[in-house]
Ligand binder design. Structure first.
Ligand SMILES: NC(=O)c1ccc[n+]([C@@H]2O[C@H](COP(=O)([O-])OP(=O)(O)OC[C@H]3O[C@@H](n4cnc5c(N)ncnc54)[C@H](OP(=O)(O)O)[C@@H]3O)[C@@H](O)[C@H]2O)c1
Ligand SMILES: *[C@@H]1O[C@H](CO)[C@@H](O)[C@H](O)[C@H]1NC(C)=O
Ligand SMILES: *[C@@H]1O[C@H](CO)[C@@H](O)[C@H](O)[C@H]1NC(C)=O
Length: 321
């Protein structure tokens, strides 16, 4: 065997293993690597992380993962009782690393843009700093493309895009004034934010738009750390609240018995993405993770499109395949 042949075999082997990892892992390879060998979550101890949509689901799971390592938290959402519940869960998970004053409950409706600035002041008055803003509050959607009213398009963008951009602008201004532009901004996007899925047109567009806003910011503010975390199907109650095509109605379904990544695992992977300041990460069980990889490659996307009907894609995203 010549040296060249040897190199070729190594190269082929590398790709075979790489693609195998797309199948067996529940997140992108770089994120899995960092979860094993990267910066540990305890490096974030003492930092102040503000999480929106922290009353349940992915936001709650992220809060618990961070609390375990002594990260100080601001928990925001509309429902105060749920936030109080999450606060006590965080304190229990922290096992002495955090006191009550280290987990601040900050009730807020993301849609009340005029109150964002005073909410930021509340955080800064309490902790005297903010290290990371995690924009996680959001609502999904189930509807046929042709049935969606423009009012729903607007409402969904108002919550999943404009409210996030508005709050982020205030925080980035604070980073610029206080830290010369250093700071960390994160958002829960979705795999639907870079690969279209059926029956969620407005949601797909909104997460694509959110990604674009953050990527455009990164080009202007090089010192800023930006994390776009893109989950595939996760076992939360989000379908209860999801938009349909008509205004004022919600999907109101449960995700029980569907094959979905647990919220706990999702929160843990989100925390690893933050600790390692990763710019784009995603997670999801097979075949979601595999498809997410293919979606990042235009050649593979075209090949896959030959085999994927909207029915198959929908089964995958509803955890039925
Ligand atoms: N679950 C999935 O499969 C999945 C997949 C990809 C991406 N995501 C994204 O992950 C994020 C969290 O979703 P999830 O699955 O955890 O959903 P979830 O369980 O429904 O949680 C949504 C959170 O957002 C808060 N929220 C909703 N509207 C709000 C508003 N107007 N103002 C402030 N807070 C508001 C809710 O709290 P209150 O009701 O108390 O305000 C709740 O804490 C979303 O951005 C979603 O798009 C989810
Ligand atoms: C989309 O339309 C089809 C055919 O009318 C219907 O069976 C299906 O339930 C609709 N899907 C949603 C999410 O509304
Ligand atoms: C897409 O994948 C093909 C086949 O693996 C590879 O040759 C090509 O370089 C990839 N393209 C991009 C943009 O990553």
């Amino acid at each position: 065997m010549t040296f060249l042949e040897f190199l070729l075999i190594l190269l082929v082997l590398y790709y075979v293993i790489y693609v195998l990892l797309w199948i067996v892992l529940d997140c992108n390879v770089a994120l899995w690597y960092k979860s094993r060998f990267g910066v540990s979550l305890s490096s974030m101890r003492g930092q102040v992380v503000w999480i929106t949509g922290a009353s349940r689901g992915i936001g709650r799971a992220l809060a618990l993962s961070l609390a375990r390592h002594g990260v100080r938290l601001v928990l925001s959402a509309r429902r105060v009782e749920q936030l109080e519940q999450v606060q006590s869960e965080c304190l229990a998970a922290a096992r002495g690393l955090l006191a009550q004053k280290d987990v601040l409950i900050l009730p807020m409706d993301m849609l009340e843009l005029e109150k964002h600035q005073s909410h930021l002041y509340t955080v800064l008055n309490h902790f005297e700093k903010l290290d990371v803003l995690v924009n996680n509050a959001g609502r999904s959607q189930r509807a046929n493309w042709t049935d969606i009213s423009v009012e729903v398009d607007r409402e969904l963008f108002e919550l999943d895009v404009f409210s996030v951009v508005h709050l982020s602008r205030l925080v980035v201004r604070y980073f610029l004034e206080q830290n010369g532009g250093r700071g960390h901004l994160a958002a829960t996007s979705s795999i639907a934010g870079f690969s279209p899925v059926p029956f969620s047109a407005t949601y797909c567009a909104a997460k694509h738009a959110l990604n674009a806003y953050l990527l455009a910011l990164k080009v202007e503010q090089r010192k800023l750390d930006i994390t776009i975390f893109a989950p595939g199907p996760v076992a939360t109650d989000f379908l209860q609240e999801a938009f349909t095509g008509s205004q004022g109605t919600k999907v109101g379904l449960s995700t029980a018995n569907q094959k979905r990544l647990t919220a706990e695992r999702c929160g843990e992977l989100f925390a690893v993405s933050l600790a390692n300041k990763m710019d784009l990460t995603w997670c999801g069980l097979f075949p979601v993770n595999f498809l997410a990889y293919c979606a990042r490659n235009s050649t593979l996307t075209k090949i896959l499109a030959q085999f994927m009907t909207e029915k198959t894609l929908n089964k995958i995203r509803e955890g039925k395949l």
